[in-house]
Design a protein around this ligand. Sequence first.
Ligand SMILES: NC(=O)N[C@@H](CC(=O)O)C(=O)O
Ligand SMILES: [Zn+2]
Ligand SMILES: [Zn+2]
Length: 345
Amino acid sequence: MELTLTRPDDWHLHLRDGDLLAAVAPHSARHFGRAIVMPNLRPPVTTTGAAIAYRKSIMEVLPDDSDFNPLMTLYLTDTTSPNEIKLARKSEVVYAVKLYPAGATTNSQDGVTDLLGKCLPVLEEMAEQDMPLLVHGEVTDPDVDIFDREKVFIESVLRPLIQKLPQLKVVMEHITTADAVKFIESCNGGNVAATVTPQHLVLNRNSLFQGGLQPHNYCLPVLKREIHRQALVSAVTSGSKQYFLGTDSAPHERRRKECSCGCAGIYNSPVALSLYAKVFEEAGALDKLEAFTSFNGPDFYGLPRNTSKIKLKKEPWKVLERIPFPSGEIIPMFAGQMLDWKPSF
Ligand SMILES: NC(=O)N[C@@H](CC(=O)O)C(=O)O
Ligand SMILES: [Zn+2]
Ligand SMILES: [Zn+2]
């Protein structure tokens, strides 16, 4: 069996910089037409000037024949100015602004400490300029259990935000719970959408501890219970236009994952399309796959859909064991395992 899909886009991707960028960008460029590139570098990409420079460094490592288009984002801080949003919109390089609650995830230390208290003028300018806000939706209060941080964020930050600024486009990134699905559905018809990663659709929190601690399955928001995974599968395979593909592919060097305090992030670009296809196939919803991978995202962002196609062949293929690069190696999700649905170009 073979599926032909309009070329997908990845609406949540970490490409990093330096050696790591050169090692991972070609994988995304082969599978995806465009990607929303996350700004959580060190230092973070907080200005349009920095986003333009970062985009240039991505273009430099792509193969000559690649037509991959990186769509850049700005990292929101307590001091981002409304004028920066005007510059971003004019640039035609920046497509969204990313909210990291300070301390919530990898390289979020410069993030926002109090969204409505500190950033309201910027958010108003974003609504005015039709610039989407992308959200890492977890509270950072250490007293809140890590498995509840998304649920608490929805009620304490997201709902007040959309009540205050219903015109603002908001993407809740990498949703992980039935609570998030319920929230997204309650915003039906509004300006609120969500991305869903392959790992949150195929794994539950047991896979963090399967036969021992599994650092390569650790990401944020952390994997949840099976009932939450099932709610995500029902949501994405329902045909709702509010969900679209965002891998959150987040490579870290192997030695930074396999150590006494390992980084959060799963490198899934090589396997993402195969896993999404498996999820839709198992739900009997392969007819809804293309809208999720290729239509709902550009429609939400007000961008044209891609015109070229890719194929997924139902044949077994083996995931690479490791991806070496000059200063280390990356272990991809499902390294060395067999998957169905082989992308072909
Ligand atoms: N998802 C992750 O676990 N990690 C991401 C950051 C993020 O998307 O929260 C990273 O940059 O490594
Ligand atoms: Zn995140
Ligand atoms: Zn991410």
